[in-house]
Write a protein that binds this ligand. Structure first.
Ligand code: DC
Length: 227
């Protein structure tokens, strides 16, 4: 059976990760969270105490960096220069500096090369900002997820509360809007919907509805049923 490439793009906290993970599980595909790779680079910048907006220094650091996503028994681990960093990359300090770090062209070149290598055989769901536009412009199925900023802040708050972290809703909404702005306005591969992507507004959708919608589309392409 044909094993396709599915690209899921969208702004921060639009529900991409949970949805992409479940779509991949439903199809028996590999799930690649490309944001995790940019987060790993941001963690390295943080540890090196480099100013994230100093593009030259960040680029030089990227030159001597390897970021790999390693699949162990169906769990994807983020490995930075040979060391597991899956938990640290979710720290709020990393979240707050990942957008400027990911505007650096050398950082993007490094990540895109790795992402393309992982996707060559298909059977993969990649989520990020530039998958349908830059990484795999010929992806078989492209989804662009949106949701209101307030709703995204509510979701992020719940997720953080689950980890015992209390943050105000207004602060979270502002952080999300700031990341949207940097991700959409950067000159290299900005966040934008590919012309042939299917737009899914998740503001009023449940995770189950989003997953069902995407899996049905995928199955129609694979030849496994109809939309
Ligand atoms: O999906 P996320 O919120 O974990 O992504 C973290 C950051 O990484 C995001 O603010 C922008 C950057 N990113 C990117 O530039 N390109 C991607 N394909 C994925 C993420």
């Amino acid at each position: 059976m044909k094993r396709i490439i599915i690209a899921i793009d969208g702004p921060a906290a639009s529900g991409k990760s949970t949805t992409a993970k479940r779509v991949a599980a439903a199809l028996g595909y590999l799930h690649i969270d490309t944001g995790a790779m940019y987060r790993a680079m941001a963690l390295k910048v943080l540890r090196a105490k480099i100013e994230p907006r100093d593009k030259k220094k960040v680029a030089a650091l990227a030159d001597s960096t390897t970021v790999r996503l390693v699949n162990r028994n169906g769990q994807v681990h983020v490995v930075l220069d040979g060391m597991e960093v899956s938990d640290e990359i979710r720290l709020p300090e990393v979240t707050n500096m990942v957008s400027p770090v990911s505007t650096v062209p050398e950082v993007r070149t490094l990540m895109v090369k790795e992402q393309r290598a992982m996707g060559t055989d298909g059977g993969i769901v990649l989520e990020g900002r530039d998958i349908g536009t830059i990484v795999f412009p010929n992806a078989d199925l492209k989804i662009f997820m949106r949701a209101d900023a307030r709703e995204r802040a509510v979701r992020r708050k719940k997720e953080l509360e689950g980890k015992g972290v209390a943050v105000s809703l207004d602060v979270l909404e502002q952080e999300i809007l700031d990341r949207d702005r940097i991700d959409s306005e950067r000159s290299v591969s900005p966040l934008r919907k590919a012309d042939d992507a299917v737009e899914v507004d998740t503001t009023h959708l449940s995770i189950e509805q989003q997953v069902e919608f995407i899996v049905a589309r995928a199955n129609a392409i694979i030849g496994n049923g109809s939309v």
